[in-house]
Write a protein that binds this ligand. Sequence first.
Ligand code: XIL
Length: 285
Amino acid sequence: AGRHFNSLTAEWEMKWDPIQKSPGVFDFSGGDRIVEFAESRGMRVKGHALVWHGATPKWVEALSAPELRIAFEDHIRTVAGHYRRRVYAWDVVNEAIDDSQPGLRSTVFSRGLGPDYVAEAFRLARKADPDAQLVYNDYGGEGLNRKSNDVYALVKDLKQRGLVDGVGLQMHISAASFPAVADIQANIQRLADLGLQVNISEMDVRVKDVAGDATAKLARQRQVYRDVVAACVAVPRCEAVTLWGFTDAHSWIDSTFGADDPLLFDEQYRTKPAFFGVEDAFLRR
Ligand code: XIL
């Protein structure tokens, strides 16, 4: 990781649950270790994520609405304040758009704070860390579809209010079926045209369902990595590609989608064909 990457993101350690497992008790040790590693290697760090329903401790779910508002403000202020000047960007709100119906997902935050909680989170993050690029991050809206239209509408509104600076497209995809690359590029372009920075924020490419033997799967994976990263490289404001891990020895995919080999290095940390697909994209080959 230290040799091949120039940017680092915490997969878990900077989320609400690990940082504030009990009310008012903040533990930055996991996140700090990651920041120290990055700094020792001259890598930049993107914070992930201030507000995400998927990593909210139980005690937050039990709060009354007024208590929730206080905890929400306190968490964002304390965490963004702690990492000020040490992260260049924050995923401020993660996965707020619903999968199956238009608009916001129903979460502890939308129910307790109302739909304006997204804007409120960005306002609080801006105050706590005025230098960080503030990002909205989501999945399933990489190409052109209802969800990406909803993300577009959300960030357009936030941008007009000066609250958001960037959008992260997670890009957890399968090489057997994923959005058309032309649609991914068009989506990146329309977000960039709003004046937003865009990044691919959590890329991994599953191959289990690709036809053929292991060699064929890995060749297909190489092509998909190349084509998708090239869609980012083609748009100047698409400024970064983050992978959700780098070795197949450690990937969240195995426990969530079943055993797979979604990353650039194999379980022995050897480069896979996918590694060279990403290289081709960056070298515009
Ligand atoms: C996942 C991590 O990879 C896991 O290690 C953790 O147990 C749960 O969270 N979308 C996101 C990421 O935005 O934060 C999630 O990361 C994967 C899905």
